[in-house]
Design a protein around this ligand. Structure first.
Ligand SMILES: [Fe+2]
Length: 271
């Protein structure tokens, strides 16, 4: 299985700019890059904060841009989204179960879980009883399959004070449920506007940068600062038996500047 992980596209109404950057331009460039250079992927997934304030127009713009993709795409929502407006435009995109924007698919004999961590009007992520039950059922019914999870908020600390302050609330219960499944392979998340990878309780995880603006890693004070000069990325993900490999691609820079590589004779790795 091969797919593209994108996140935090933050489209604004009236095709506006955001944090001195043009979110529509940067997303279009990602779509062009994927269509040209990564068109053999199984799908593209965007892990939330699709829009900056949940405006209906922004979702319509998003649909127009994403419909240009030559591969299928899947969407989940983040804290900046509005579920109601999202469903008005994308309600028929996936088999969303219940009034939450969560769904699952089975692909290549693996379970892919797409979670909805939006919690009220808060920037923090959360879950309610219904979502915990949904997750529990999915894990119980598919206990034999390898499981890959997509969610907006990371369900653990990422050691970045501002982002951890608006993290996923019910971590303890979430991991109590996840620990019942023995086959969680990887968690893909957004929200952090940073390129992060690591593992938690033996489960691998990774994020991608926003397509529009990144969290500025400066210790000025406790406020939020964004940096729109940092290159956005998408991640090219290969999933094979016992392996998840994520390559972060700074897709705005694709011009080749120098080419002088002559491959050497291939090693014989059977020895
Ligand atoms: Fe975001």
């Amino acid at each position: 299985m091969k797919f593209i992980h994108l996140s935090d596209t933050h489209l604004v109404a009236n095709k506006g700019s955001l944090h001195a950057s043009d979110p529509i331009y940067k997303l279009r460039r990602a779509v062009q890059s994927i269509n040209k250079h990564q068109n053999d992927v199984d799908f593209v997934v965007i892990t939330g904060d699709l829009t900056d304030s949940g405006s209906l127009d922004a979702y319509k713009d998003l649909k127009e841009i994403l419909d240009d993709l030559v591969v299928p795409y899947y969407l989940i929502i983040g804290n900046q989204d509005k579920r109601e407006n999202f469903f008005k435009v994308f309600g028929g995109l996936s088999d969303y179960e219940s009034s939450y924007a969560h769904f699952s698919i089975i692909k290549n004999n693996s379970l892919l879980l797409f979670l909805d961590t939006k919690f009220g009007d808060l920037h923090d992520g959360g879950f309610c009883e219904e979502r915990f039950e949904w997750l529990k059922n999915k894990l119980e019914k598919n206990s034999q399959l390898p499981i890959y999870i997509f969610m907006h908020h990371p369900p653990f600390e990422i050691f970045q004070e501002q982002m951890d302050a608006i993290g996923f609330g019910p971590k303890k219960r979430f991991w109590e449920i996840l620990s019942q499944a023995k086959n969680i392979k990887h968690i893909f998340f957004g929200h952090v506007h940073l390129l992060i990878s690591g593992s938690y309780r033996g489960v691998g995880y990774s994020s991608v940068r926003s397509t529009n603006h990144q969290v500025a890693l400066i210790s000025k004070d406790k406020g939020f600062y964004f940096n729109s000069n940092v290159q956005p990325t998408y991640s090219i993900v290969h999933v094979k038996e016992n392996q998840v490999n994520c390559v972060a691609h700074e897709y705005l820079i694709e011009e080749i500047t120098y080419h002088n590589f002559v491959p050497m004779k291939k090693q014989d790795d059977t020895k």
